[in-house]
Design a protein around this ligand. Structure first.
Ligand SMILES: [Zn+2]
Length: 233
């Protein structure tokens, strides 16, 4: 995966080159212009395509600003967020002072400065995803062996309303990036919840018995999660 920005004058388009079939355009949660391109599309081609879609971006950006009507988070020094349920303060460092894009040091999350707030928010988001993936990797095998099922894929992404979801027919589990902002018990509970769904598809007595067995205390964590909807970013 590779990320670069194309300056369009009044705004930037953040381009992600990755394993996708088609070129996609969208407006991100911060009102940023985003484009994803397949691996074979060159930088120059991406730039040409972005310019061809300038009027689409402009219309979409205006719509998203009108919808929001609020200033976007700037991801600047002093902003607060939670990491594993603990408040941390963001500190933006010039690239000359740090080699890591994002790094937790005591109560500060150090973020290497980039071209825009959008850039910084993606660095933070990537870092949260890595944190969550590392934690899941630590506990996954143990939970799999205990429950007796193995997911085919676990993907981590930011979801607006759900903490996790799964597709029993394919064995896929999706986990919300925002779990890395909550206490560890939350990620554990959601993982066990989705693993149990691979066996019991609804929330009936069988599911509840599995949860009681493999995640004692899940009802308390579940209530906490219900009371704290995932941050949309
Ligand atoms: Zn469920």
């Amino acid at each position: 995966m590779e990320i670069f920005t194309i300056n369009m004058g009044a705004y930037d388009v953040r381009v992600t080159r990755k394993r996708v079939k088609n070129i996609n355009f969208r407006i991100g949660p911060h009102g940023e212009a985003l484009m994803s391109i397949p691996l074979h599309v060159s930088h120059a081609e991406a730039e040409r395509i972005a310019r061809e879609h300038a009027s689409w971006f402009e219309r979409a950006l205006t719509r998203s600003q009108a919808r929001k009507g609020e200033a976007p988070v700037q991801w600047g020094t002093g902003e607060k967020l939670n990491v594993w349920g603990r408040p941390v303060t963001l500190r933006v460092l010039p690239p000359s002072e740090t080699s890591a894009p994002c790094e937790l040091r005591d109560d500060e999350l150090l973020v290497r400065d980039g071209p825009s707030a959008v850039w910084r928010s993606h660095e933070v988001e990537n870092w949260l995803q890595q944190e969550l993936m590392a934690y899941l990797n630590d506990i996954l095998l143990d939970r799999e062996l205990a429950i007796g099922c193995t997911p085919t894929h676990i993907t981590i992404r930011r979801m607006k309303t759900r903490w996790g979801s799964c597709t029993p027919s394919t064995g896929r589990i999706r986990m919300n990036t925002a779990l890395a902002e909550c206490p560890h018990a939350c990620a554990n509970t959601v993982l066990v919840h989705e693993l149990c769904h691979l066996i019991a598809h609804d929330h009936g007595p069988r599911f509840q018995a599995l949860m009681d067995l493999h995640c004692p205390g899940w009802r308390v964590t579940q209530r906490w999660l219900d009371d704290h909807p995932p941050r949309a970013l």
